[in-house]
Design a protein around this ligand. Structure first.
Ligand code: CA
Length: 220
C-alpha cells in the first residue's frame, strides 16, 4: 500500500512518514501544494494524508482540484488546532476523514488503516479470503488458523492482493504499490516473491492469470 504524505512542517512530515513506513506502507512525500497536486494527480496512491496549511497552493485548493480531476484516492486531511471551519470545508471539498493537530501517531495510523479498508469495501480489520486471514492492525497473516511469518515485501504483496481480492492485479500495478520511486522494481523479482509466498501459504493461494496478472484464490 502506497501513501502520499503532504506536509510542510518537517518534524511532523518525518514522524508521519517514519510511522507509516514502520507499519509497512510505502511512503512518498510532498512539502508544497504544487508538488502535491502533481504527485496526487499522476501517482497511483492508496491514500493521501494532506495538511491543509501549505505554502504555494493551499491544501483545500489542491483537494478540490484533485476531486475535479477525478482523483478518487481516499484523503485524510490534517487541520490546525481549533479550526473547525477547516474541517467542514475539507470534508465538503471531498476529504474522507480529518485529524486535528496535534494528534497521536497511533490515531493517524488507525484512521489510515480504516480508510484504506473501507475504500476496499471491507468493514472489519480482519480480512479473510479463502483460507487466509489477515489482521491489518497487527500485520499478521494466518493460513487455516496457523500464523505465517512474512517479510515486509511479502506482506505488501499479500495485503494488496487481499484488498483487491475480486480482480486480477497486473504485475505493473502490484510493483507500483510495493516500492517507492527510488527503489529498484523488477518484474522477475515479483515472480520470486510470489513463488516464496506460495511456498509459505500453499501452492493454490495465489493464482497466475497468464498475460493479466495475479489474483488471490477465493477458495482454499
Ligand atoms: Ca502546514
Amino acid at each position: 500500500m502506497k501513501i502520499l504524505v503532504v506536509e510542510d512542517e518537517e518534524g511532523i512530515a518525518a514522524d508521519v512518514a517514519a510511522a507509516l513506513r514502520a507499519a509497512n506502507f510505502v511512503v512518498e512525500q510532498a512539502a508544497d501544494g504544487e508538488t502535491a497536486w502533481f504527485e496526487g494527480e499522476t501517482g497511483d496512491y492508496d491514500l493521501i494524508v494532506l495538511d491543509l496549511g501549505l505554502p504555494g497552493l493551499d491544501g483545500l485548493t489542491v483537494l478540490k482540484r484533485w476531486r475535479a480531476a477525478g482523483v478518487s484516492t481516499p484523503i485524510l486531511v490534517l487541520t490546525a488546532r481549533g479550526r473547525w471551519n477547516e474541517r467542514v470545508e475539507g470534508i465538503d471539498a471531498g476529504a474522507d476523514d480529518y485529524l486535528p493537530k496535534p494528534f497521536r501517531i497511533e490515531e493517524l495510523l488507525a484512521r489510515v488503516r480504516a480508510l484504506i479498508r473501507r475504500s476496499a469495501g471491507l468493514p472489519s480489520p480482519m480480512v479473510e479470503v479463502g483460507a487466509l486471514a489477515l489482521d491489518t492492525r497487527t500485520m499478521r497473516l494466518s493460513v487455516g488458523g496457523l500464523p505465517r511469518q512474512l517479510s515486509p515485501l511479502e506482506y505488501r504483496v499479500i495485503e494488496y492482493l487481499m484488498m483487491h481480492r475480486n480482480r486480477v492485479v497486473p504485475p505493473g500495478e502490484l510493483l507500483e504499490h510495493l516500492h517507492g520511486t527510488d527503489d529498484a522494481r523488477e518484474a522477475n523479482a515479483l515472480e520470486a516473491i510470489v513463488a516464496r509466498l506460495r511456498k509459505k501459504l500453499g501452492p493454490g493461494t495465489i493464482l497466475t492469470r497468464r498475460g493479466f496478472g495475479y489474483q488471490i484464490a477465493a477458495t482454499p
